[in-house]
Design a protein around this ligand. Sequence first.
Ligand code: ACO
Length: 400
Amino acid sequence: GIDISKLLATTGHITIDDGYGNTGSTQSAITFLDGEKGILRYRGYPIEQLAVNCDFLDVAHLLIFGELPTAKQSEDFRRMTLRHTMIHEEMRAFYGGFPREAHPMAILSSVVSALSTFYQDSLDPNDPRQVEVSIYRLLAKLPTIAAYSYKKSIGQPFVYPQNDLSYSQNFLQMMFATPCEPYEVDPDAVAALNLLLIVHADHEQNCSTSTVRMVGSSNANLFASISAGISALWGPLHGGANEACVLMLERILEEGGDVKKFVNMAKDKKSNFRLMGFGHRVYKNYDPRCIIIKKACDKVLSKLKIRDPLFDVAKELEEVALNDPYFIERKLYPNVDFYSGVIYRALGIPVQMFTVLFAMGRLPGWIAHWVEMHKNPNKRICRPRQIYTGPAERPFKQPE
Ligand code: ACO
């Protein structure tokens, strides 16, 4: 019954763990991850099985409520969610104010944060009814907010959501339809997007999820907490790696396709260059999500009859790196971000939108963790300690 961390804190003992490599921040029943064996399960179900058998919204239900929905629950959840797909017309004014070349992740976190200005009736984290409505609102509106940010960047009018379509279908039509031309959504593209959203849906206490928990621990509302998570995801060491990885692969091609040169550069600490989409804090084995995505790349490219030289470069780079002692010794394997860009490109999604797609996938995980944290009877505000290393006390003296 003794809480060691409380005991240590009251006796003045502080543990330092840079980057929280070995600090558990919570107990959680959502996602199981074994980085040595390369295992990932949501609520006990292997990711490999969920990825090929489920609809993304059913996986969202699983993560947030703990169980896969029955047919009736699935239909109800879909209906309750999709009725919120529109965003307030006055939110368009935000898009008018953003510069056209703004990064869509910046727009995404800003507009999600602004949801708390429009939906003031669902901000109380302690009111289950309000939390439920804000969950529906977030799940429904994120694809609309995301697609609008793309339309803004190319100067096209916004395309409204269509609630009779599936989650992925609806997103693709908002991205690619125009008032002049409807968009014929290819079922293979829809299936590929659905799979990608599922494999990104949760990954326990990663940087963005920990951020969502950290912000939520102060009883900030769900919109504010998710907006913070989106900002954390944007960084190239986290979700931003999918964009950075494709830019790296393009650079390799542009510079003649010499993958060994780039592997050598990544080994040289002075170069400040890392192989994007490689390495992971927890996986010391092949990232199981990467295996699923790599297989899906083959399938999608052949179904859509696309030959992407970037996929060939990525495979070659992987092979060279995995046989290099530097990467072997450090157990550095390709991660979820290494091949996902190949599929996004095949779907016609521009590179700046890649991390936005990651955010759409990760949203149910963020929500599930926020909800789980609030249900914990022992919840306390997250407030890490420090060891002070600055000057000792000194008297005030005006600098001359
Ligand atoms: N390329 C070259 N060397 C690498 C790479 C890489 N991609 N990743 C790690 N290393 C090296 C480090 O230089 C370090 O070497 P050292 O022991 O000689 O100092 C060693 O491997 C351990 O790396 P750390 O940075 O200590 O590992 P950490 O767990 O802190 O970082 C991270 C993990 C951020 C993912 C890192 O591997 C990285 O920067 N990868 C590239 C970015 C990326 O793909 N991020 C996406 C991760 S998945 C996700 O968040 C969705």
